[in-house]
Design a protein around this ligand. Structure first.
Ligand code: CP
Length: 303
């Protein structure tokens, strides 16, 4: 069945994940196709982005779609007082799908409730970033050949990082052996996310206590832009640095992922280790997002 809106990781079934991964494999190394010829994709970025915006743009071009959109709220008529609902209605007039990033939690869900065309959530506040979780899991699938049975360590800002919420929720579709949640006490995973998980989680503040067990170390930036009090940010901004000392204690085939952008939480010297897979992870965004566009917009026999 065709996917419609992708607002949360929970909008996808286990079968959806694997079907998208297999499709992404087929789209790897493709130069250009015409599967979405005649379709228009809106990239509605109300918040900054490098990877998400550019990889969605590239994915659309490679499938033959045309692309419209904007990269900041200031460049839209919202700056003149127009509301979000009317902006979404206008993009419904001009395009076949809206990829949307917004600073407010719930903005993508709001858009999906008034949009006749699919909404893909490219990050809403501290809520979710489901297509990043798709990329994260696709990377694990490519490296290990499977996702079930792995031990994860999610490290850093687990309170405000939307990629963490989406990954934790996506993992409910799989069978992780265990997930260590490694954060300062102020940045623990929020209760409403924890309550929805169906696998073992262990909270800790010290990565050295658990690093030996971890197959996938998922590092996040402290999300400065989400703090309401700068003093609170200053207290936790340098909580962790993944350095060679920590990486040398990992399993030989353990991997390090990061949704990026990275600031100071991974030492540059780690980039050269075989464990570092975050740039490879970012490179998979194009075939993965091609697969997602094809799922949402591609012609089907039953259309
Ligand atoms: N991973 C991610 O969302 O990066 P950008 O903010 O650059 O899009």
């Amino acid at each position: 069945m065709r996917l419609r809106h992708v607002v949360s990781s929970l909008d996808l079934t286990r079968d959806d994940y694997f079907r998208i991964f297999e499709l992404a494999d087929k789209f790897s190394n493709v130069k250009k196709l015409n599967y979405l010829s005649g379709k228009v994709v809106s990239l509605a970025f109300f918040e900054p982005s490098t990877r998400t915006a550019q990889s969605f743009h590239t994915a659309a071009i490679k499938l033959g779609a045309d692309v419209i959109g904007f990269a900041s709220e200031e460049s839209t008529s919202i700056a003149k007082g127009e509301n979000l609902a009317d902006t979404i209605r206008m993009l419904n007039n001009y395009s076949n799908c809206i990829v949307m990033r917004h600073k407010f939690d719930g903005a993508a869900l709001f858009a999906s409730e008034i949009s006749d065309i699919p909404i893909i959530n490219a990050g809403d506040g501290k809520h979710e970033h489901p297509t990043q979780a798709l990329i994260d899991l696709y990377t694990i699938y490519k490296v290990f050949g499977e996702i079930d049975g792995r031990t994860f360590g999610l490290l850093g800002d687990l309170k405000y990082a939307r990629t963490v919420n989406s990954l934790l929720r996506a993992l409910t579709r799989f069978k992780p052996k265990k997930v260590f949640l490694i954060s300062p006490s102020q940045l623990k995973v929020r209760r409403e996310i924890l309550d929805g998980l169906n696998y073992p989680v262990i909270e800790t503040e010290n990565p050295y206590d658990v690093i030996q067990d971890i197959d996938v170390l998922y590092v996040t930036r402290i999300q400065k832009e989400r703090f309401v009090d700068e003093v609170e940010y200053e207290k936790v901004k340098e909580s962790y640095v993944v350095d060679l000392k920590l990486v040398n204690m990992m399993k030989k085939d353990g991997i390090i992922l990061h949704p990026l952008p990275r600031v100071t939480e991974i030492d540059r010297k780690v980039d050269k280790t075989t464990n570092a897979k975050y740039f490879y992870q970012a490179s998979l965004a194009v075939p993965l997002r091609m697969a997602l566009f094809y799922e949402v917009l591609g012609e089907r026999k039953d259309d």
